[in-house]
Design a protein around this ligand. Structure first.
Ligand SMILES: Cc1ncc(COP(=O)(O)O)c(C=O)c1O
Length: 432
């Protein structure tokens, strides 16, 4: 369900001209532009797949932590999956009830555990335990605070990377991954929870990987979670099972399944396993926001050294790290392109002083085009997830602007950071 389309040659997102946004001096480029209506519709479609059964769509805040986005999803009844104390505080500030927040992460600090156990007096919905070693630490913090910590076991179901059909860097549920309690340690983990009055086991879950384009690996992992939950029920009062996130989106190479397909298949398995009374949790990040954000960049210049042709833009790997980090490919298109404009292959690169600052080869209008017009701006599509949230100020670069659209207009924005902010930051440690 991408939110972008071309009208009279101009690319639009959520019915707003991206040429207008790119040229608006309030924002500057590079600018992330998000369609909040598209994100809300994505959440509604996913929630409808649960057919009114008890559930929680815990939005993985790491995918995009922009306040307007987290607030929009909280407004559609989503909870949150957080991986740091800061994300936890943000989710609460955006209106997510603490009881609808789960806290994942392999190395939570004592300070973060205190926050999770104590927030809003009742504490978070669950701390997702990722190792046996974490349990005594959680118990000690709960005891110090005079509380009982609700925990869920994130098991590592050892699903083969090959079965997941995703990049190995974003597969997390295989037995070499640092994530989740290994199956061999589960017995030990359960004994520790049972023996400690400051711990209460409320759920079991797994997250096997990201950008899954088939429901098979997810279903294998969910089956392992359900089998485990069934075994535990006589001993523990579980309230939920969590099948994780990871629903893929179409980055241009197709994605035959929708997020709702993962949930329908998982619900069916849940019913077959006799676990229908437990709430089903999922933790989508990318699929809620990815297709509803674009990164708009201005063209700085081209460089020709035949047969090589580059287009250099003002967005770099610091703004959108996915291509450099895990060889991800995003479609790049001209913001303005009249029907029938001749195109040719250009390698699109950014200004960062690294060879990996490279967005790949794309068919773009030849420059200048047949009417001697220079290409002014390009849009990097499907950049709503793991874009701004991974951005850095490497090379002294500004953080990009963020522009939020709703109802066919800009409703709020943050400007690009200034070079001076960066200089002041680097001078924070005084040395005479
Ligand atoms: C524990 C956990 N839950 C959810 C997610 C979200 O994954 P995605 O954005 O692919 O849906 C991740 C991503 O890495 C994760 O590690």
């Amino acid at each position: 369900m991408p939110s972008s389309r071309r009208t009279d040659g101009v690319l639009e997102l959520g019915s707003v001209s991206l040429a207008d946004v790119a040229r608006d001096p309030r924002f500057g480029t590079p600018a992330y532009v998000y369609d909040l209506d598209g994100i809300a519709a994505e959440a509604d479609e996913l929630k409808s797949a649960f057919d009114d059964a008890p559930h929680l769509v815990a939005y993985a805040v790491k995918a995009n932590s922009a306040g307007p986005i987290v607030k929009t999803l909280a407004g559609r009844g989503c909870g949150a999956d957080v991986v740091s104390g800061a994300e936890l505080l943000l989710a609460v500030a955006c209106g997510v009830p603490a009881a609808q927040i789960v806290f994942s992460g392999v190395a939570k600090t004592d300070g973060e555990l205190d926050l999770a156990i104590g927030v809003e007096d009742s504490g978070l919905g669950a701390i997702q335990v990722e190792s046996v070693e974490e349990l005594p630490r959680i118990a000690a913090r709960a005891a110090a605070l005079g509380r009982v910590a609700r925990v869920s076991l994130r098991i590592n179901p050892a699903v083969d990377v090959g079965e997941l059909d995703t990049h190995s860097y974003i597969a997390t549920g295989h037995d070499e991954a640092k994530f989740g309690v290994p199956l061999a340690s589960v017995t030990d983990a359960l004994a520790r929870i049972e023996g400690d009055r400051h711990l209460r086991l409320v759920g079991v879950g797994a997250h096997v990987g990201s950008q899954l384009t088939s429901t098979d690996g997810y279903a294998t992992s969910a089956s392992a979670v359900f089998a485990f939950a069934r075994e535990l029920r006589p001993r523990f009062e579980l309230t939920f099972v969590d099948a994780g996130g990871g629903f893929g989106i179409d980055y241009g190479e197709g994605c035959p399944v929708r997020p709702a397909d993962f949930i329908r298949r998982t619900r069916k398995l849940q019913k077959e396993m006799g676990l229908d009374d437990l709430a089903l949790y999922c933790e989508p990040g990318r699929s809620l926001v990815g297709a509803h954000g674009v990164l708009v960049a201005s063209v700085i210049q081209r460089k020709i050294a035949e047969p090589r042709r580059w287009i250099m833009i003002d967005a770099g790997m610091n703004d959108l790290m996915r291509p450099a980090l895990y060889q991800a490919r995003h479609r790049i298109v001209a913001v303005e392109q009249a029907e029938g404009t001749p195109t040719r292959a250009y390698r699109v690169v950014g200004p960062v002083c690294e060879s990996s600052d490279d967005f790949g080869v794309h068919e773009l209008p030849d420059m200048p085009d047949a009417r001697a017009r220079e290409l002014r701006e390009v849009a990097i599509l499907d950049a709503g997830a793991y874009g701004y949230s991974m951005a850095s100020r490497y090379n002294g670069r500004a953080l990009p602007a963020e522009v939020f659209l709703r109802g066919g207009k800009v409703v709020t924005s943050t400007p690009r950071s200034s070079p001076d902010d960066w200089v002041q930051d680097r001078l924070r440690a005084p040395l005479a």
